[in-house]
Design a protein around this ligand. Structure first.
Ligand code: GAP
Length: 458
């Protein structure tokens, strides 16, 4: 199989990822029994476990292993004036065109990427019958109503980013956390955007989850911290197994910058559809705190005791998407190879991201093996996420575990019943060693904690 590290070309088609995700219970199209609802997905058992691992790794790096960042979980529904002050009501728009002939809608600035509804495949505007309207600005926020009366006074919005919940809590956090800049507030949660064009599986959806951290710094230190967070975030992805050749930082051109940003760089990943944004790392300056201070009348600043003066901190924001990150980890881990004349599909996930760390399999369902295997499994699962599986041939069971990315497999066989040893199989090398069943949980917990690099690099 061609390797993106050599060719610079995506090495797996998105369809293969979508098929694996469904087949192995990671991600399902939502409302499928009703014919589906566009670009909305449900996460199945392994998807939930892996997603939790992704978020946990983010929390670990942002909060657990640092002293300067605290956690927050703000509400999805906020005061409508939040979105006025943040600039979203006015400026969170995409240019939209309608086709009067086919009734489809397109982003005016992405016509070259869009497909007209007619056949053969052409871009909107390319058929003589295409009749596109002029572009008009379309606000991406989902509007809803709070309370029983549907009038303008009850209008509310589903948050389009988690960030604003952090800015409006700046004062609360400053008071309770006794932090001084540089310090950060981290949040993970759902955001909603009425995207005109969605697609590419979970890459762009209308409901998605973000992992955002706002890092408040003295104004003259903002460029330094911007660089710091770009480096730290790139490292996070590569430490968790993304191959460096598939990751790059791309600074925004000045005409791409969001209304709040003085500088942004995107972490881009080589997705099956090409290089695309995985995370944005922005220097938001004092835009948000100043806007909310002006709109609310509250002082949102830090008083520097040493200098005897107050200032509005500047903000550096690494903003990642959980779903896109999941997709990148799965794509980067996806591999196929031929083993003994048969195709093997395997997710070579970092063990810390793998939904299940170890599978315990009795060789056959008799001679006391299932009972002994269950004992071992119950001992293991107290320390590491484990799975017990006794259905079907051992080969089929291993193939299933390979496809969900389980790094280790334990087989309980006839010899186990005699001398208390089991075989320990490695997902990537396929090597099997005989080890004592005694102490397996310590051994596996230690293996999960070890540094790891993708075997696709060697
Ligand atoms: N607070 C800044 C902010 O929201 P953004 O670049 O619009 O910045 C940050 O979003 C990240 O959220 C993106 O890099 C992406 O990973 C994720 N994201 C944004 N829109 C998304 C969508 N429609 N579907 C899935 N993920 C999305």
């Amino acid at each position: 199989m061609a390797d993106a590290t050599e060719t610079g070309a995506p090495e797996v088609a998105l369809d293969e990822i979508v098929a694996l995700a469904k087949r192995r219970g990671f991600i399902f199209p939502s409302s499928e029994i009703y014919g589906g609802v566009g670009s909305t997905y449900d996460y199945g058992h392994y998807g939930v476990l892996m997603r939790n691992n992704v978020k946990d790794e983010w929390w670990r790096s942002m909060v657990r292993e640092r002293d300067d960042i605290v956690a927050l979980d703000s509400a999805i529904l906020q005061h409508p004036r939040v979105w006025e002050a943040s600039g979203h009501l006015e400026g969170f728009t995409d240019p939209l065109v309608d086709c009067r002939t086919c009734g489809l809608r397109f982003r005016a600035d992405k016509l070259g990427d869009a497909q007209c509804g007619r056949k053969p495949s052409k871009h909107p505007g390319e058929f003589s019958e295409c009749d596109l309207t002029d572009a008009r600005e379309f606000n991406l926020m989902f509007e809803t109503h709070v309370g029983p009366v549907k009038d303008t006074a009850s209008t509310a919005y589903l948050r389009p980013e988690t960030a604003q919940g952090i800015f409006i809590n700046f004062k609360n956090v400053l008071q309770f956390a006794r932090k001084k800049p540089p310090f950060g507030i981290a949040q993970v949660g759902k955001s909603f955007r009425n995207e005109i064009t969605t697609g590419n599986f979970i890459f762009r959806t209308r409901e998605f989850e973000q992992m955002e951290m706002e890092y408040f710094v003295p104004p003259d230190e903002a460029p330094k911290w911007h660089q710091y967070w770009m480096d730290a975030r790139m490292r996070w992805y590569t430490d968790l197994g993304i191959r460096p050749a598939n990751l790059k930082l791309r600074p925004h051109d000045s005409d791409e910058l969001s209304h709040y940003s003085s500088a942004t760089s995107d972490v881009e990943y080589l997705f099956p559809m090409g290089w695309s944004e995985l995370e944005g790392i922005a220097n938001r300056g004092d835009f948000d705190l100043t806007q909310h201070a002006n709109a609310s009348g509250e002082k949102l600043e830090y008083f520097d005791q040493e200098k005897g003066e107050a200032y509005v901190p500047h903000v550096i924001e690494p903003a990642a998407g959980v779903d896109r990150t999941m997709l990148a980890f799965i794509v980067d881990a996806y591999d196929t190879e031929e083993v003994e004349g048969r195709k093997r599909t395997v997710l070579r996930l970092h063990p810390r991201l793998a939904p299940v760390k170890v599978a315990v399999l009795p060789l056959v369902s008799k001679e006391g093996m299932p009972e002994r295997a269950r004992e071992i499994y119950e001992d293991l699962r107290a320390r590491v996420p484990a799975e017990y599986d006794e259905g079907g041939s051992i080969g089929k069971r291993y193939r299933r575990q390979d496809e969900i990315g389980t790094p280790w497999g334990i087989t309980v066989d006839g010899q186990t019943m005699e001398d208390g040893t089991v075989t320990l199989r490695d997902r990537d090398t396929l090597e099997q060693e005989r080890v004592p069943a005694e102490g397996l949980n310590d051994r596996l917990a230690a293996k999960v904690a070890e540094p790891w690099t993708s075997p696709k690099l060697s």
